[in-house]
Ligand binder design. Structure first.
Ligand SMILES: [Zn+2]
Length: 503
């Protein structure tokens, strides 16, 4: 007996066996129960998600002689059996990819008026309906609009956007979704159990990831895996030549670590192996998308990435960082697709990401900021300052200048040093210091400390003449000492300046 592929052997025969697509199944079952099924249905969705399978179940439900619960075909009556064998005359399947012309459609239309030969309903299943020619689609339109009461049309398509809008508007549409990862794994496991085939879950995960939500793809990969006798993740990788999977993980890790040397070594390896770079880049983009979701929803259990190493790695990086890499890769993927120098483009993409400075996590920023202000406020007499005082004493009556003071602050406290820029026109007279200061100084949290510091340094009383602030000059803001200090501390750049809303 010849081998029947898993996808066929385990093809769902009734609604309750359909994997996933619960929203579609429930609605269709209800419509059947109530006898209100639309005569023109459109099933859209990626390949291998069960569109034709569900269409056949409907065809059986419409013709079954012992319908169960008003919607479930019995799969035992003559009609059901014949439909399962594909020999029932009233269920007509047309593959629009190979019969896309007007003649086939005319033939259908001419036959519509005849009552079903054996069953209760004539069901036309038109697969890949978007492949029909424009003439054929137009000819079909009228029948879709007012089909005879015994006729049902089920159009299946992977590309609903290519259908004529008039066709779309005449059909009741059902969207078949990609199967989620966990469900795919569960289903694969069940089948392996039924087949008495032992295989590592890690290996099934690889298969499920490659299938991209298509059950049929997953099953045909499993078929191959079984044929090769693969049991482990490593077996699967070598049997299918999925070395990319490993390369992608290595690349992702090196990108996150900004390890340029490792990236370039990998890139050379990839070049030597003759890996398709566009394909690899696509996989890398997908991988970062998964990392992004993993980072954003760490508690979600349906992640495609289950390697604990990757999980741990991802937790070390900020969401923004992963997003930045994803965004950059996605842009480069587009360029790579059109490039005449793919290898160069690929390397450029990697280098560019390395060039991005690592994003500083928010908590680190807060830590640094509080360190700055703590330093500013404490102003404790460090050993350094003590030595300065001693130095001062030894210099005797040598006059202290404003510049000395500024220099001192520069070494002691960046925050107070920044405040110096608010001050100009310093006059030292008879033990009293007069300073012209900008209004900003009064609002500064360092105002009091700053004042005390001056008094302490010059051993004199301080008086500020406050100048009313004119409109803020952007360049002035950029050049402020405290801004410069922050820029320096964080190796940052100014992205934009936003005025604070004062009431
Ligand atoms: Zn039946």
């Amino acid at each position: 007996m010849s081998y029947v592929v898993l996808a066929r052997r385990y093809r769902p025969q009734k609604f309750s066996e359909v994997v996933g697509q619960t929203h579609v199944v429930r609605t269709l079952a209800n419509a059947l129960k109530q006898g209100r099924l639309s005569h023109a249905l459109l099933f859209s969705g990626i390949k291998g998600t069960g569109k034709t399978t569900v269409a056949r179940i409907i065809a059986k439900a419409l013709n079954c002689e012992n319908l169960i619960d008003g919607y479930e075909p019995c799969n035992e009556c003559r009609n059901c059996v014949e439909i399962n064998k594909g020999i029932f005359v009233d269920v007509i399947e047309i593959d629009a990819a190979s019969n896309r012309g007007i003649d086939q459609i005319r033939e259908i239309i001419d036959n519509l008026k005849f009552a079903p030969a054996k069953g209760r309903a004539k069901v036309y299943i038109i697969d890949e309906a978007h492949m029909l020619t424009k003439e054929a689609s137009n000819a079909l339109l009228k029948s879709l609009e007012e089909p005879p009461s015994h006729v049902y049309f089920i159009l299946a398509t992977t590309e609903p956007n290519k259908l004529l809008p008039t066709i779309l508007s005449r059909c009741q549409r059902y969207d078949f979704r990609r199967l989620d990862f966990a469900l795919l794994i569960k289903h694969l496991k069940e089948i392996c159990k039924k087949e008495n085939y032992e295989i590592e879950e890690e290996a099934l995960k690889l298969i499920a990831r490659e299938a991209q939500g298509s059950l049929r793809d997953a099953l045909s990969l499993l078929d191959q895996a079984m044929a090769y006798g693969t049991k482990t993740k490593e077996d699967v990788i070598s049997a299918f030549g999925w070395h990319e999977a490993i390369l992608v993980e290595q690349l992702a890790q090196a990108l996150l670590e900004r390890n340029l040397q490792k990236l370039l070594t990998l890139s050379q390896e990839i070049y030597n192996q003759g890996v398709d770079l566009v394909y690899l880049m696509e996989k890398l983009v997908e991988f970062f998308r998964e990392l992004f979701i993993l980072k954003a929803f760490p508690k979600d259990t349906t992640h495609q990435i289950d390697s604990s190493g990757m999980r741990e790695l991802v937790m070390e990086y900020e969401l923004e960082e992963i997003f930045l890499i994803l965004q950059s890769l996605l842009k480069d993927l587009e360029v790579l697709r059109r490039s005449n120098y793919p290898q160069l483009q690929f390397e450029l993409a990697l280098v560019r990401i390395c060039e991005y400075k690592k994003l500083v996590p928010l908590r680190e920023v807060i830590e640094k900021l509080s360190k700055i202000s703590a330093e500013g406020i404490k102003l404790k007499e460090s050993a350094e300052e003590k030595s300065r005082i001693e130095e001062r004493a030894s210099q005797g009556q040598k006059k202290k200048t404003w510049n000395d003071f500024v220099e001192l602050l520069k070494s002691e406290s960046p925050a107070l040093f920044g405040v110096c820029s608010y001050v100009e026109d310093v006059k030292l007279e008879n033990g009293k210091i007069t300073l012209k200061a900008k209004e900003l100084l009064l609002n500064s949290p360092y105002y009091q400390v700053f004042k005390e510091k001056i008094e302490e340094f010059f051993e004199a009383s301080v008086e500020f003449e406050i100048k009313k602030q004119k409109r803020t000059d952007l360049n002035e803001i950029k050049n402020r000492k405290e801004v410069q200090a922050i820029i320096k501390t964080f190796s940052a750049k100014i992205a934009y300046i936003q005025p604070l809303n004062k009431e």
